[in-house]
Write a protein that binds this ligand. Structure first.
Ligand SMILES: NC(=O)c1ccc[n+]([C@@H]2O[C@H](COP(=O)([O-])OP(=O)(O)OC[C@H]3O[C@@H](n4cnc5c(N)ncnc54)[C@H](O)[C@@H]3O)[C@@H](O)[C@H]2O)c1
Length: 306
């Protein structure tokens, strides 16, 4: 298949590009390199350094994509609060631009990277299933919901299959320590520099950490099958204190850490119910957290310090 991966130089997108190419697909990447790294780009992918909001008509006419896998986004929650217009331009208008071109040029399928953590807000019932009311608490969450809704509207109006994957907290090699979701890579950076890991508040806040390789598998399954909206996570709540314990056991010594004031507005618990993924697309997370952390640690040990 001929597949466009937007954000294919970023953390998750670049792993998807590698997997699609390994499966024999022809892959084109559009990325503006705002947070992505050209070093992540698979050499067999064709690359356009462009904004998803740009004039992409020539590219679409030339390449004739069958599938769009849309991972390019502004992903920083704090940036979305400071500059909601920028967030909306990238995440909402960028998605509409791609959808319009997809319809115009006869693209068959649109796969979208949404965020379970952001679109459900702070649900009353955990783990959060796909039926949880959408109640985003940040402009970033609103932009991910809006993009989902545009995709569903286009799918309804035109012959476009949509596949929406709502990820929990993804971690793994290539995740930059700057990104907000990347507490595991932030901890690894501190550990490798011999600095203490910073724990906000009592460290009891929980997240659902899913390894990037498992997320890639979901993106392979999303190439086929009926249109759907599916949570991709582990269903397991892990606290920051649990992470410190796991790091300590990997290092064979206490992972040095320091508690500081809690961050105002931080969600205390977040975990996704992922039974639908198992029942409807046969997806299950395979990599246990400790093994994923070891793989991520090994990756960061090998790359030169930036
Ligand atoms: N990392 C997570 O835990 C997580 C969780 C839920 C959802 N997601 C979603 O997954 C997707 C990928 O996230 P990631 O963690 O790999 O982030 P990332 O920042 O590593 O990747 C985003 C990529 O998009 C590119 N990009 C940004 N703005 C662009 C624009 N206007 N035009 C073209 N390219 C642009 C960046 O250069 C980067 O390569 C995003 O849509 C994000 O919302 C991520």
């Amino acid at each position: 298949m001929k597949i466009l991966v937007t954000g294919g130089c970023g953390f998750i997108g670049s792993h998807i590009v590698d997997a699609y190419i390994a499966k024999g697909h022809e892959v084109v990447v559009i990325d503006d390199l705002s947070t992505g790294d050209i070093g992540n780009l698979n050499p067999e992918a064709k690359f356009y350094e462009m904004d998803v909001n740009g004039d992409l008509q020539d590219v679409f006419k030339r390449e004739k994509f069958e599938v769009i896998n849309h991972h390019a986004a502004q992903i920083n929650v704090r940036t979305s609060v400071d500059d909601p217009l920028f967030d909306a331009r990238v995440n909402i208008l960028g998605t509409i631009n791609l959808l319009s071109l997809a319809v115009e040029q006869g693209v068959k399928r649109f796969i979208y990277a949404s965020s379970g953590g952001a679109v459900y807000g702070e649900p009353e019932k955990l783990p959060a299933s796909e039926n949880t009311p959408l109640s985003p608490l940040s402009p970033y969450g609103v932009s991910k919901v809006a993009a989902e809704k545009y995709i569903l509207a286009y799918a309804h109006l035109f012959a476009l299959d949509s596949f929406i994957l709502r990820y929990s907290n993804v971690f793994g090699p290539r995740q930059i320590a700057k990104s907000e979701a990347g507490v595991i890579s932030i901890f690894i950076e501190h550990i490798l520099k011999g600095e203490p890991c910073i724990v906000y508040g009592d460290g009891k806040q929980t997240r659902d950490y899913v390894f990037v390789g498992d997320v890639v598998e979901a993106n392979i399954l999303a190439l086929d099958g009926s249109p759907n909206i599916i949570n991709i996570g582990t269903g397991i709540e892990t606290s920051v204190n649990d992470l410190i314990t796991i790091f300590s056991s990997i290092l064979g010594r206490n992972a040095e850490h320091q508690h500081v004031d809690p961050r105002p507005g931080e969600v205390l618990r977040s975990v996704l119910d992922c039974q639908k993924a198992s029942l409807e697309i046969g997806w299950r997370p395979e990599v246990v957290l400790k093994d994923g952390i070891i793989r991520t640690l090994e990756y960061f040990k090998k790359i030169p310090e930036s």
